[in-house]
Write a new protein. Structure first.
Length: 145
């Protein structure tokens, strides 16, 4: 059994943004040597997300508008969390909706996706460094039946 760990680091300049990290995750799978197994990809910060969806710019704009309607940033006084001196309560809520992590099967050394599926990092309170964990477990070949 192989266990492999890698971190990706991000510093999104705007408050919100989406980054396709599929090539980075596939590169980690190649680096790990795992041919059959699973990869866990999770945001290591409570105001960021990892999710799977289509890499289509209009959809990303739809996500951004939809999330802002669900949990608008302003006025910041609407959130109890912001009474602690923070201004990012909305980012915590957006992360909860979009999710913390994804798990993808690895088959023949490749991410085993359905059509159009890609892995994204979602940022909801940018302007500082945050990380994503890639954890891969598996082996060189499929287990015997």
């Amino acid at each position: 059994m192989i266990s492999f760990r890698k971190e990706l680091w991000f510093n999104i300049p705007g408050r919100r943004g989406f980054v396709n990290i599929t090539p980075d995750v596939q590169a980690a799978v190649r680096e790990s040597g795992v041919q059959e197994g699973l990869v866990l990809v999770n945001a290591m910060h409570i105001t960021a997300s990892v999710f799977i969806n289509d890499d289509e710019p209009g959809l990303h704009q739809d996500f951004d508008r939809w999330l802002e309607r669900l949990a608008p940033h302003a006025p910041t006084s609407q959130y109890d969390h912001n009474r602690t001196g923070e201004d990012n309560a909305d980012a915590h809520l957006k992360r909860q909706v979009m999710g913390r992590e994804v798990v993808v099967a690895i088959t023949n050394g490749r991410l085993d996706f359905g059509p159009w599926e890609q892995i994204f990092y979602g940022e909801f309170d940018g302007g500082r460094r945050k990380r994503v964990l890639i954890k891969i477990i598996g082996g060189q070949s499929a287990p015997a039946p």
